[in-house]
Design a protein around this ligand. Structure first.
Ligand code: ES4
Ligand code: ZN
Length: 324
């Protein structure tokens, strides 16, 4: 296809690797591993991608992971993502993974990290993409389970840049994970957390004040609290906003009503990301294009968003400067 405007170079900072599992790869891995999927075809599976809220998505997201079993599966998953990311202008990707979603099925954490690591180690050479890994705790699991997961990951911490917090937000506030975040910080890791997606502004405050996060994932509901917006703007805490995700999970009714422009106007350090692109209808550049069209963003705003993505990254200063 002829591309008159190549996608702007950008960093992807909010991307669940399990959320890049496309139906085609899901069926291929199911066949390879002898796993039965409750869908007759890729088309039938795609028809299930109609979500009413975060939980309805998570149910399918966790169910499809049954096909991920071996190191090779995780390497294939990450390579498929990186190939698409390259086409979308992604030069740097900070990638979430959910170890508990795999260990609960009997897949060792080492299999997950070594498999993803194998693909990521080759990414610079193969795709021209630098990468980081962010290990997420499932907030609807217990604090003890998060602590056990962190201890199981200790031998692999040299492969991990940050810890994160995801899954069902409401009823599972950041403060539940105070202890494991303190351990992660002691071990020299950066900290991020999903907050203010479906949950209230109070959860964003907790992510900042109790967990000490370096970035907030989503954070769109901060706009309901002027004091919180002032704090986030003053400290230039990055927010990794995921526009197509917000629409598909009904966090926002319509992309044309997305608070992204208001967030930029408020002086927030906002980035645009794809979250679970296989499920939400688009990768990084698709999200840029969608907000450009729905919100009539000009070229300068798009350049600001691309620049913010590198500014908000966990790259070392020298590498970041080379991108900016
Ligand atoms: C997620 Cl969109 C979203 N929100 C919270 N947790 C998640 N895990 C994967 N996608
Ligand atoms: Zn997410």
């Amino acid at each position: 296809m002829n591309t008159p405007h190549p996608p702007v170079p950008k960093a992807e900072l909010h991307l669940h690797i399990e959320g890049t599992l496309e139906p085609e790869l899901a069926f291929a891995l199911a066949a390879r591993n002898g796993v039965e999927l409750p869908y007759a075809s890729e088309e039938e599976l795609r028809r299930a991608y109609s979500f009413s809220d975060l939980q309805s998505f998570l149910d399918l997201y966790y169910a499809l992971m049954a096909v991920l079993r071996t190191e090779e599966d995780f390497a294939d998953l990450a390579n498929a993502y990186l190939a698409r990311a390259k086409e979308q202008g992604v030069r740097h990707a900070e990638i979430f993974f959910d170890p508990q979603a795999h260990t609960v099925r009997g897949v060792p954490i080492g299999t997950v990290i070594e498999g993803l690591g194998r693909a990521l180690d080759a990414a610079q050479e193969t795709y021209g993409i630098t990468t980081r890994l962010i290990m997420c705790f499932l907030r609807d699991e217990s604090a003890e389970s998060a602590l056990e997961t962190f201890e199981a990951a200790r031998p692999y911490l040299d492969r991990i840049t940050a810890v994160g917090l995801d899954s069902a937000e409401v009823g599972n506030p950041p403060s539940k994970f105070r202890e494991v975040y303190a351990l992660a910080r002691e071990a020299g890791l950066k900290c991020v957390a999903h907050a203010g997606e479906e949950g209230p502004p109070a959860y964003v405050w907790e992510a900042l004040d109790v967990l000490g996060v370096d970035r907030v994932d989503h954070g769109v509901r901060c706009m309901e609290d002027a004091d919180l917006v002032a704090r986030l703007a003053a400290e230039q805490v990055p927010l990794t906003v995921c526009p197509l995700s917000n629409v598909r999970l009904r966090v926002i009714d319509d992309l044309a009503d997305h608070p992204l422009p208001a967030m930029l106007d408020a002086g927030l350090l906002v980035t645009v990301n794809s979250d679970d692109p296989a499920y939400f209808g688009g990768y990084a550049h698709d999200n840029f294009t969608a907000v450009r069209d729905a919100l009539r963003l000009d070229e300068e705003t798009l350049r600001t968003l691309a620049r913010n993505s590198f500014t908000a990254s966990f790259l070392d200063e020298e590498t970041r400067a080379a991108y900016l």
